[in-house]
Design a protein. Sequence first.
Length: 319
Amino acid sequence: MNTIGVLTSGGDAPGMNAAIRAVVRMGRNLGLKVMGIRRGYNGLINGEISEMDRSSVADIIQRGGTILHTARCEEFKTEEGVNKAVNIIKVFGIEGLVVIGGDGSFMGARALCEKGLPSVGVPGTIDNDLAYTDYTIGFDTAINTVLDAINKLRDTSTSHERVSIVEVMGRHCGDLALYAGIAGGGESIIVPEVEFNVDDVCKTILEGKLRGKHHNIIIIAEGVGHANELSSAIKNITGLDTRVTILGHIQRGGSPTAFDRILASRLGARAVELLYDEKGSRVVGVKGNDVIDADINEALKMKKDIDHDLLKLARVLSK
Ligand code: F6P
């Protein structure tokens, strides 16, 4: 293999730049030509491709977002779109591809593998919703962003003795709510994987009040929805004043934490090594402290579940 490509796709995540840097520098280290593809699969279809050298990734390890830009590409979900991309790949002489993104991006990588282009997926999403890996790039930074918000909300929630409902990202996966909730000492954590009951939430709030608590932080994952309705229900049942804060896209930005930079560096480098060894149709990840790789089909089949023990622990510790 002489030439590889790299793209970022789907929602951005802090640490994607560190992963691009690792891909380019490891690629150059192995004597490979590295082509940067801009705007995800859109750029692949449109030929927005140029060579990257060591200096093109200087001064980016600390930056959030992705210097290659990203997109969600509907056209690439069609056979015609994939065929267009395959033609462009030939024009640019790309023989292997690193795709940095989440499950949707990995499906695109799988489609290219099926067309004969060895591709390796690097997990980049703040959702941490990929079952084959313990952590995805960007998750740790997002937890810390949420935590910073919770700390601030706790101040004002305490002053006003209000219930603060914080909606965090996570379409189908409650990991961000769970981890930020534990780290932030949230009173209730509501995730899409587990049914919740408004009465239980209110009971926790009222018991806390009896013990002299002046604040209440409820963290709810976006995938559960209805944060405003929950707020009204809590107000009606408990008589306490409530406020909703939807954190939104600030969770996707910011300088990546050391954890995410190191994870991205390790995973980006391993992805290139796999391609160099002629191993495509893989995804890379981390289990414990080990970098692992897995078959892309197997990885996509795996169903992610919430860590129920951690959720139970959060309940015990918040009382
Ligand atoms: O998948 C990452 C994610 O941030 C989800 O948590 C969120 O639901 C979604 O992307 C938002 O996507 P967009 O940036 O397209 O609005």
